[in-house]
Design a protein around this ligand. Structure first.
Ligand code: T3D
Length: 263
C-alpha cells in the first residue's frame, strides 16, 4: 500500500510509521490523518504486527494541525473545531490508547499542538536531545486538545501542566524527561538505534500480556487500590490460562529465551 504523507515499513513484528511532510514539520493535514487512521486500524488487527514505532522525517516530529488548511477560499477560518476534533483527531487518540499493542514514539524534533498531544498518548516515548515540546494551543487562541489536558497533569503534575498549557512555552527533551513527561531523552545520533532496540524487545514479549498490561494501566486512574487489585487478579487469572505463560515458565526452567505465540 502506498501513502502520500506517511512512509510505512514492516519487519520483525514491528510496524514503522514515519510522518512524512518534512517541509511542514510533519503537520497533520486531512490526508495524513486519514492515512494514519487507516494504518493504525490495520496494525491493530494484523497478527504479524506486535509493536508500532512512530517517528517523523526531517527536523520536526509533528507541528500539530496544518494551519494552511484552516483557511478556505474566502479566507475564513472554520468555526466548528469540535466537529473537526471528533471526526479527525479523537478516533486517533482513542486508537492509540485502546490498541492492544505497545506504541513506541521516537520524537526526532519539535512536537507542537496536536503533535505534542499525540506523543503523550503513546506508550513509550523516547526523544532525541534536540527534540522539544510545545503546548502551542495558547499561542493561537485555542485550548489544549487531543487529550493533552488529560495526559499532561497526570504525567507532570498540575503545576507544570498549567504553566505549559497557559504559556505555550517550549521545553526541551531533557526537561521533558526530568519532569516525567516522556520516558527517555537520548543523544540525537542514538534515537533510531535506541527506539528500534526497544521496539524489538517489546516485539518479543507475550502479546496478550502486553495488551492486558496496557488495559490495566489505562484503567488505573480513578480507581482505588481495592478495585485495582480485583482487576489485576481477574487479568492474571486469564493470563495464567495462556500458552504464553506456560512457555514463559518452561523457557525460564530450560534457561532459554521464550518464544511467545500470542495464545
Ligand atoms: O483545527 C483543528 O482541527 C483543531 C485542532 C487543533 C490542534 C492543533 O494542533 S492547534 C496547534 C497548531 N500548531 C501550531 O500552532 C504550531 C505552528 N508552528 C510553529 O509554531 C512553529 O513552526 C514551530 C514552533 C513548531 C517550529 O518553529 P521553527 O522556527 O523551527 O520552524 P518554522 O520556520 O516555523 O516552520 C518550518 C515550516 O513549517 C514553515 O514553512 P515555510 O515558511 O518554510 O514555508 C512553517 O510555516 C511550516 N509549519 C510549521 N508548523 C506548521 C507549518 N505549516 C502549517 N501548519 C503548521 N502547524
Amino acid at each position: 500500500m502506498s501513502f502520500e504523507c506517511i512512509r510505512f515499513e514492516t519487519g520483525e513484528g514491528i510496524a514503522r510509521i514515519f510522518f512524512n511532510r518534512p517541509e511542514r514539520l510533519n503537520a497533520f493535514n486531512r490526508q495524513m490523518l486519514k492515512e494514519l487512521k487507516t494504518l493504525l486500524d490495520q496494525c491493530a488487527v494484523d497478527p504479524q504486527i506486535r509493536v508500532i514505532l512512530i517517528t517523523g522525517t526531517g527536523r520536526g516530529f509533528c507541528a500539530g494541525q496544518d494551519l494552511t488548511e484552516r483557511k478556505n477560499e474566502n479566507g475564513e477560518l472554520p468555526r466548528d473545531l469540535g466537529k473537526s476534533l471528533e471526526e479527525n483527531y479523537h478516533p486517533l487518540i482513542r486508537r492509540l490508547r485502546t490498541m492492544g499493542k505497545p506504541i513506541v514514539c521516537a520524537v526526532n524534533g519539535v512536537a507542537a499542538g496536536a503533535g505534542a498531544s499525540f506523543v503523550l498518548a503513546c506508550d513509550l516515548v523516547i526523544a532525541a536531545k534536540s527534540a522539544s515540546f510545545i503546548q502551542a494551543f495558547s499561542r493561537i487562541g485555542l485550548t489544549p486538545d487531543c487529550g493533552s489536558s488529560y495526559f499532561l497533569p497526570r504525567l507532570v503534575g498540575e503545576a507544570k501542566a498549567r504553566a505549559l498549557a497557559l504559556t505555550g512555552d517550549q521545553i526541551d527533551a531533557e526537561t521533558a524527561e526530568r519532569w516525567g513527561m516522556i520516558w527517555q531523552c537520548v543523544p540525537d545520533e542514538e534515537l533510531q538505534s535506541q527506539s528500534e532496540s526497544v521496539a524489538l524487545k517489546l516485539s518479543r514479549k507475550a502479546p496478550l500480556a502486553s495488551a492486558e498490561t496496557k488495559k490495566l494501566l489505562q484503567q488505573s486512574p480513578g480507581r482505588n487500590l481495592e478495585e485495582q487489585l480485583q482487576l489485576e487478579g481477574q487479568t492474571q487469572q486469564k493470563m495464567g490460562m495462556t500458552e504464553d505463560y506456560r512457555e514463559g515458565v518452561q523457557a525460564f526452567l530450560e534457561k532459554r529465551q521464550p518464544r511467545f505465540q500470542g495464545k
